[in-house]
Write a protein that binds this ligand. Structure first.
Ligand SMILES: *Cc1c(COP(=O)(O)O)cnc(C)c1O
Length: 389
């Protein structure tokens, strides 16, 4: 199907999915696929989850939208759930991940300007991904995302990921640093997992310099790594954390959470949105969060992740094409020794949806609701794919 009335941002797309249930989706010809990328880290609770469907239907029949000129009880309820899970103090709701990061970047800048720092600057990482708006693509550490959109937004200093000394060196060159913006694990960047104490060291550095530690958990949040937020694996708290993808399980919503002084930075008139935090999106997310919490999905994700990781490590031991197998919870990467984008198509013909990122990393982001049979199916099909590569 050629869709010439759509801007060509996604190239040609050969697969048309029309229905989903549990961890499976169906195309228009009735073929089914095990979705091992869950809508790119969005549908952790799978497709057509009854609690989420019910919450959306009920809210749609009651009140779809009111503006942020009025109290929105669903927004307050969802904020309370997020605060309870995160240990943060206040929440701003947006419609997407990039917008949640925009809020974080605005907080860092105003925090700096309020304390008299001229041209407040944020440290960002090589290999990072923070979104496609002008500020977030400028913060992103991937030339492909930036080329053609110059001039980029100023106020970012880039250092290598997982390198605390590089941050110290940057700080000695720039007196106007106000924050660090970093992913606890780089998702788009190839499932890069930093040293176990990286976030702890960043926390320490931020405390000593009065910088804000701002974590982009748009992909890693909402139980994806086996804790509600990935920073909980390190027993630290950031000053700002953003999330989106899994929060609405498919209904567009993002959130920027802040703590302490960072939570008081934005005041009336400083920021806003027409749709962010509307009753429909918040009702869906309340159902998502209640399901995740009551079902103790963080523990389930941790166990499922360990099972998959050890199965892949065993299967690929001694396979010279496999450079590395890594993961945290249900965020898994299999790094191959050559570009492997064509595995996506090969996967489809085997009835499984996978993703390839960074050219040579098979990225798996399955749902949290895989049955035992689906776990076996996923392992068998991915092992076959990589072995035949
Ligand atoms: C997906 C993603 C974003 C962008 O989110 P959008 O909802 O597409 O704007 C930002 N940061 C990270 C880490 C992401 O994975």
């Amino acid at each position: 199907m050629v869709m010439t009335t759509l801007m060509n941002t996604y190239g040609s797309r050969s697969l048309t999915l029309v229905r989903g249930e549990g961890s499976r989706v169906w195309d228009q010809n009735g073929n089914s696929y095990l979705d091992a990328i869950a809508g790119i880290a969005v549908c952790g609770l799978g497709y057509s989850h009854p609690a989420i469907t019910a919450a959306i239907s009920e809210q749609a029949a009651t009140l779809l939208h009111v503006s942020n000129l009025y109290n929105i009880p669903q927004q307050q309820h969802l904020a309370d759930l997020l605060i309870d899970q995160s240990g943060m103090d206040r929440v701003f709701f947006s419609n997407s991940g990039a917008e949640a990061n925009e809020a974080a970047i605005k907080i860092a800048r105003k925090y700096g300007n309020d304390k008299g720092v001229k041209n407040p600057t944020i440290i960002v990482m090589s290999g990072s991904f923070h979104g496609r708006t002008l500020a977030t693509l400028s913060a992103t550490g991937n030339a492909k995302v930036q080329i053609g959109f110059e001039p980029l937004v100023e106020g970012f200093v880039r250092v290598p990921y997982d390198d605390v000394d590089a941050i110290k060196a940057a700080a000695s060159e720039h007196a106007n640093i106000v924050a660090i913006l970093v992913e606890p694990i780089q998702g788009e960047g190839g499932i890069r997992i930093p040293a176990a104490d990286y976030l702890n060291q960043l926390r320490d550095l931020c405390d000593r310099n009065e910088w804000l530690l701002m974590l982009d958990e748009i992909q890693t949040g909402n139980c994806r790594t086996g804790a509600y937020f990935a920073y909980q694996n390190n027993n630290i708290k950031p000053d700002v954390v953003t999330t989106a993808k899994g929060l609405g399980n498919g209904v567009p919503i993002g959130a920027c959470l802040a703590r302490g002084k960072a939570s008081e930075v934005l005041q009336p008139g400083n920021h806003g949105t027409t749709f962010g935090g509307n009753p429909l999106a918040c009702s869906a997310s309340i159902a998502v969060m209640e399901t995740l919490i009551e079902g103790n999905y963080a523990a389930r994700v941790k166990a499922l992740g360990e099972k998959l990781l050890s199965a892949f490590k065993t299967a690929f031991a001694g396979n010279s094409k496999v450079v590395d197998v890594r993961g945290c919870g249900l965020l898994l990467g299999i790094e191959l020794n050559a570009p492997c984008a064509d595995l996506v198509e090969k996967g489809r013909s085997k009835g499984i949806l996978i993703n390839v990122t960074s050219g040579n990393v098979v990225r798996l982001l399955p749902t949290f609701i895989l049955t035992d049979e689906e776990v076996e199916e996923l392992i068998t099909k991915v092992v076959e794919l990589v072995t035949e590569f």
